[in-house]
Design a protein around this ligand. Structure first.
Ligand code: GLN
Ligand code: ZN
Length: 755
C-alpha cells in the first residue's frame, strides 16, 4: 500500500430498493414468473448505476460498492463465504435459485430464519454455521460490482460484513454438538477473508470496508479476542487494500482499543448513537477515524455546528478524520425532494438520504477549511425555526403530562380485576380468540385506495367497511370463537393508521424503507407533541359489538410500537414522547370502555426491538417503556380486560418487563418453537392470563386439531387452565381465508376437546 487516498467524505451504505421501489417490483415480478432473469438483472444494474452516479455527483470522496443486494447483505455474505447450508446446495438450483431459496424457502425446504437487525426494523437472514460448514470464497458479487462502477468511472470501496460480526450474527446448525458456537470457526473463515482481500487488491481496490456492528453490544473477553485475532491476521497480509472497520448503532466500548491497536488503517464510529472516544485510546492516534456525525437512522436535518465541533474533537484523537453518516442510509428514504406534498416548514427541518450525503460533503469541506458558511447558516436557521415552532409544542399536552401521578399508571390488584372480569365476561376456560386482523383481501385494499383517492365518499366507504366487519363477525360466530374482533379492515398498517389520526405526526408519500427482501414500510414522522383530536377506532369497534352478544375486543397499537415504527423527534427524551403517545392511546381505551367495549387489546410487538444493545442501558428503557404501556392502559375500570400482544418468543429476555406491563392477558408467539416458551413463563412466576400462539401464521400451512390439542396439553403442563388462552401467533392479515378458516376451526375444536 504505497499511496492510499484519504477517505474524506463517505457513507457506510445507501438504500437499494429504488427511489420508486423499482427493485421491489422487479423482484416480485420475477418471483411470480411474470418476468425473466434479464429484466431482474437490468433493474438491479440500473439501481446500482443510479446510486454510484448519484453519490459521486453529490460529492462523496469515497463511494461504497457492494451495498446493493437482491435480498439481504448478510445473505450475500453467506454466498461470499460458501456457507450455503446443504439443504439448499442439494436442490440442484443455479446460483440465483439457490439464493432465493435461502431467502424464501422452496417446496418444503424452510428458508433461513429472518431476524431483526440490531435495534432497527430491518430484518436479516441468519446464517447457519456448524462444525462441518465448508467455507470457500465466491467473490463474484463484490468483484463484479467494483468493476461495474469502475466502468462508469467511479472508483469504489467494497463493503462487506466483517468476519467476526458475521459469525456472531449466525446461529449453530440444527444438531450441532452442545456448546458449539459459530465463532469457533473464526480461523477457517479468516482464511476465506484473507483470500478475499488478496483478490480485491489484485483488482486494484484501494479501500475495503468490513462492518463489525456486533461489537457495539456487550461482548465477552473471548469475543473481543476473536476481533483482535481477525484484524491481526487480515491486517498482517502483504497484498491487501487498506481496511476500514466500520461500526454503527452505538459505541465500540472495549472493542475500540482492540481495533485501534490492530494493523487496520481506519475505524468507523457512530457518534450519534454512540459517544466520542476517550482521549487516550492506545493506537487511535495512528488511525483514520470515519466519524459518523450525521444521523443515518433518523430524518432530521443535522446541526452542522455541533457536528463540526465533534469532528474537531475527533481530529485531536486520530491521525486523520473522514466524515460519514452514523450508519448505512438503508434506514431512511432516498430523497426529500420527492415529497411534493410535504408542508414547506416541516420539509426545511428534514434530511433524507441524499440530503444527508450533502451534509456529509459540506462538513468534510468545512473541516478542510473551505468556506461553507451559506450551508451552515441555512442549517442554523432551520434548527432555530424548528426549536421555536409553535406547532411542535402543545401546552395542553404538556400540562396534562405534568399533572400525572403514579396512580395514573396503576390499576387495581390483579385478583380483584380477574374476579370482576370473570363476572362481566363469563368466558369458558381456555377462551379462544385471534390477534386482531383478518385476511386483507384485494377487495378491502381497493376500497381503502378508492376512499383515499376520493373516488369513494365517506358514506359509501363506511358502508363497505361495515359489510366487511359484519362478514368477519359472522364468520367468527360460525367458527365458535369466544372473544371476537372486528378484523381491522380499515387499517393499512398498525402504526401508520394511528399516526394519520393523531396530532404531531406527518406521513410521507414516497418515504419507503426496506424492512426485508422486497418488503418496505413507510414510517410516519413524529415531529411534535402528540394528542388525539377525536376517537379513532370507537365507531368500528362499537359497530362490531352491536352485531353480536359475544364480547368484541377493541384493538389498539401501543405507544412503544408507535415510536419504534416511526421516525421520532430527537429534541426531547424518547420516554417523554412515549408518555404523550400513551396518553392519546389511553383516551382511546377510555372511550372504547365508555362505548361498551369490555376488552381492549394494546399491541406492543416492538417492545423487544427497542431494547438497548448494551445491558447497562436496558433498565432505563424498560422503565419508561413499561410505564408508557401502563399509562396507556390504566384508565379503565377493573372489569375491563386489558390484553396485549407481543410478536416474538424470546420471553426470557424481557420477562420482567412483560410482567411489569400488568396486562390481564398477554398473547405471544410460540407455535414455531412448539411451546418451548411456556416453561419460561412458568419459571418466571408470571401470574396472569397468557395465550401462547398455537397456530404459526407466518406459514401457509394449516394445522390440524390434533396438533393444536397437543400444543395446548403441553402448555397446560406449565400454565393453569384458568389462565390459558387459545389464539394464533399473530394477526391473520397476510393469510388467505382458505387457510384461516380451517386453521381457526381446528383451534376451536382443540380447545373444546381439552376443556
Ligand atoms: N393486531 C395486529 C394484527 O392482528 C397485531 C399485529 C402485530 O403483532 N404485528 O394484525
Ligand atoms: Zn404479532
Amino acid at each position: 500500500m504505497t499511496s492510499t487516498p484519504p477517505i474524506g467524505a463517505t457513507v457506510p451504505g445507501y438504500p437499494r430498493i429504488g427511489p420508486g421501489r423499482e427493485l421491489k417490483r422487479a423482484l416480485e415480478s420475477y418471483w411470480s414468473g411474470a418476468s425473466g432473469r434479464d429484466e431482474l438483472d437490468a433493474a438491479a444494474r440500473a439501481e446500482r448505476e443510479r446510486t454510484w452516479r448519484r453519490l459521486s455527483a453529490l460529492g462523496l470522496d469515497s463511494v461504497p460498492s457492494n451495498t446493493f443486494s437482491l435480498y439481504d447483505q448478510v445473505l450475500d455474505a453467506v454466498v461470499l463465504t460458501g456457507a450455503v447450508p446443504p439443504r439448499f446446495a442439494s436442490l440442484g438450483l443455479d446460483a440465483l435459485g439457490t439464493y432465493f431459496a435461502m431467502a424464501r424457502g422452496t417446496g418444503g425446504v424452510a428458508p433461513l430464519e429472518l431476524t431483526k437487525w440490531f435495534d432497527t426494523n430491518y430484518h436479516y437472514l441468519v446464517p447457519e454455521i456448524g462444525p462441518a460448514t465448508r467455507f470457500h470464497l465466491d467473490a463474484t458479487k463484490p468483484v463484479h460490482e467494483y468493476r461495474e462502477a469502475l466502468a462508469l468511472g467511479v472508483e469504489t470501496r467494497p463493503v462487506l460484513p466483517g468476519p467476526t460480526s458475521l459469525l456472531l450474527l449466525s446461529k449453530p446448525v440444527d444438531g450441532a454438538p452442545d456448546g458449539f458456537r459459530p465463532i469457533d470457526r473464526l480461523d477457517d473463515l479468516l482464511a476465506v477473508y484473507a483470500l478475499l482481500l488478496t483478490t480485491l487488491a489484485a483488482e486494484g481496490v484501494a479501500w475495503v470496508q468490513l462492518d463489525e456492528p456486533a461489537y457495539v453490544a456487550d461482548r465477552t473477553p473471548d469475543e473481543l479476542d476473536a476481533l483482535r485475532r481477525a484484524y491481526e491476521r487480515l491486517g498482517g497480509l502483504t497484498e491487501r487494500p487498506a481496511i476500514l472497520v466500520s461500526s454503527y448503532f452505538g459505541s465500540l466500548g472495549d472493542a475500540l482499543p482492540v481495533l485501534a491497536s490492530s494493523p487496520v488503517e481506519a475505524i468507523g464510529l457512530d457518534l450519534v448513537a454512540g459517544s466520542l472516544p476517550p482521549e487516550d485510546v492506545p493506537g487511535l492516534a495512528a488511525k483514520t477515524v470515519v466519524a459518523g456525525v450525521v444521523d443515518g437512522r433518523n430524518v432530521w436535518r443535522t446541526d452542522l455546528d455541533a457536528a463540526l465541533a465533534t469532528l474537531r474533537a475527533v481530529e485531536a484523537r486520530a491521525a486523520a478524520v473522514a466524515v460519514g453518516t452514523s450508519c448505512s442510509l438503508l434506514h431512511v428514504p432516498y430523497d426529500l425532494d420527492a415529497e411534493a406534498a410535504l408542508d414547506p416548514q416541516l420539509r426545511s427541518w428534514l434530511a433524507f438520504a441524499d440530503q444527508k450525503v450533502a451534509e456529509v460533503v459540506t462538513l468534510a469541506a468545512a473541516l478542510r477549511g473551505e468556506d461553507r458558511s451559506a450551508a451552515f447558516e441555512e442549517a442554523r436557521a432551520a434548527l432555530a425555526d424548528r426549536a421555536a415552532a409553535p406547532r411542535v409544542v402543545d401546552d395542553g399536552v404538556r400540562a396534562r403530562l405534568a399533572g400525572l401521578t403514579p396512580g395514573d399508571a396503576r390499576r387495581g390488584p390483579y385478583a380483584e380485576r380477574a374476579a370482576a372480569q370473570r363476572e362481566r365476561l363469563g368466558l369458558p376456560p381456555l377462551p379462544t380468540t385471534t390477534i386482531g386482523s383478518f385476511p386483507q383481501t384485494g377487495d378491502i385494499r381497493r376500497i381503502r385506495a378508492a376512499f383515499r383517492a376520493g373516488r369513494l365518499d365517506r358514506a359509501e366507504y363506511t358502508a363497505r367497511m361495515r359489510a366487511e366487519i359484519e362478514r368477519v363477525i359472522r364468520l367468527q360466530e360460525k367458527l365458535g370463537l369466544d372473544v371476537l374482533v372486528h378484523g381491522e379492515p380499515e387499517r393499512n398498517d398498525m402504526v401508520q393508521y394511528f399516526a394519520e389520526h393523531l396530532h404531531g405526526f406527518v406521513t410521507t408519500e414516497h418515504g419507503w424503507v426496506q424492512s426485508y427482501g422486497s418488503r418496505c414500510v413507510r414510517p410516519p414522522i413524529l415531529y411534535g407533541d402528540v394528542s388525539r383530536p377525536a376517537p379513532i377506532t370507537v365507531e368500528w369497534a362499537t359497530y362490531a359489538q352491536s352485531l353480536t352478544d359475544r364480547p368484541v375486543k377493541g384493538m389498539l397499537t401501543g405507544p412503544v410500537t408507535i415510536l419504534a415504527w416511526s421516525f421520532v423527534r430527537d429534541d426531547q427524551p424518547l420516554g417523554d414522547t412515549a408518555r404523550q403517545v400513551a396518553l392519546a392511546i389511553r383516551d382511546e381505551t377510555v372511550d372504547l370502555e365508555a362505548a361498551g367495549v369490555g376488552i381492549v387489546q394494546v399491541d406492543e410487538p416492538a417492545l423487544r426491538e427497542l431494547l438497548p444493545l448494551r445491558s447497562r442501558d436496558q433498565a432505563e428503557y424498560l422503565d419508561w417503556s413499561v410505564s408508557a404501556f401502563r399509562l396507556a392502559t390504566s384508565g379503565v375500570a377493573d372489569a375491563t380486560q386489558v390484553h396485549t400482544h407481543l410478536c416474538y418468543s424470546e420471553f426470557g429476555d424481557v420477562v420482567a418487563a412483560i410482567d411489569g406491563l400488568d396486562a390481564d392477558v398477554t398473547s405471544i408467539e410460540a407455535a414455531r418453537s412448539r411451546m418451548e416458551i411456556v416453561a419460561d413463563v412458568a419459571a418466571s412466576g408470571f401470574g396472569r392470563g397468557i395465550g401462547p400462539g398455537v397456530y404459526d401464521i407466518h406459514s401457509p400451512r394449516v394445522p390440524g386439531a390434533d396438533e393444536v390439542e397437543a400444543l395446548l396439553r403441553r402448555a397446560l403442563d406449565a400454565i393453569p387452565a384458568d389462565r390459558l388462552w387459545v389464539n394464533p401467533d399473530c394477526g391473520l392479515k397476510t393469510r388467505t381465508y382458505e387457510q384461516v378458516e380451517p386453521a381457526l376451526a381446528a383451534l376451536v375444536e382443540a380447545a373444546w376437546r381439552v376443556r
